[in-house]
Design a protein around this ligand. Structure first.
Ligand SMILES: Nc1nc2c(ncn2[C@@H]2O[C@H](COP(=O)(O)OP(=O)(O)OP(=O)(O)O)[C@@H](O)[C@H]2O)c(=O)[nH]1
Ligand SMILES: [Zn+2]
Length: 187
């Protein structure tokens, strides 16, 4: 990815290896700065993406009931510690005036939003707001469940703990019954 300064990451990784008392010249580590730079270019490839772009192409189909894509797996990097958090996203919306998105675009919006230093809350609201703006649906309800490695392999060390975030927009903001419908579908 040309926007990522791979050389700078390599230098930084060499410095981290030196700082922890490793020898960056030993055989097993010789290619490590390059590998890590390549890995960061991949996990941060959504840096410049605007998820609204996935909703520029729409279809017309008179369906004013729920559309839900559930259990979309994602991996992201916590912006506080740069360690992974990962889980599943459930994205639902109710189209207005027959404006529907390609189903894969819901997953693409999650994927690209996740691929930058992130907070779980921000992924949740970014996807919901992009869909509201572009599709102008009756409502959007996004639920994300994730495990944060900064809470499992370090720090408070609570493996198995899950964080759930939601973003309700449009009719979902005030309609408990509509929200319950989604909650029962994603169980
Ligand atoms: N709100 C929110 N917090 C997050 C997310 N990912 C990690 N965090 C939290 O970010 C916080 C950073 O807290 P700090 O006190 O600055 O850092 P720290 O000393 O490493 O904190 P500990 O993890 O408690 O050891 C921690 O409480 C993390 O659990 C996220 O997606 N959303
Ligand atoms: Zn963290």
């Amino acid at each position: 990815m040309e926007d990522v300064n791979v050389g700078k990451i390599e230098q930084a990784v060499t410095m981290i290896l030196e700082a922890i008392g490793e020898d960056p010249e030993r055989e097993g580590l010789l290619e490590t700065p390059k590998r890590v730079a390549k890995m960061y270019a991949e996990v941060f490839e959504g840096m410049k993406d605007d998820p609204r772009m996935y909703f520029e192409t729409v279809f017309h189909e008179q369906h004013e009931e729920v559309v839900l894509v559930k259990d979309i797996p994602f991996y992201s990097m916590c912006e506080h510690h740069l360690v992974p958090f990962f889980g599943v996203a459930h994205i639902s919306y109710i189209p207005r005036d027959g404006v529907v998105a390609g189903l894969s675009k819901l997953a693409r919006a999650v994927e690209s939003t996740a691929k930058r230093p992130q907070l779980q809350e921000r992924i949740t609201t970014t996807v919901a707001d992009a869909m509201m703006e572009m599709l102008k649906p009756l409502g959007v309800y996004v639920i994300i469940e994730a495990e944060h490695m900064c809470m499992t392999m370090r720090g408070i060390k609570k493996p198995g703990s899950k964080t759930i975030t939601t973003a309700a927009r449009g009719i979902y903001e005030h309609d408990d019954v509509k929200r319950s419908e989604i909650l029962s579908l994603v169980k």
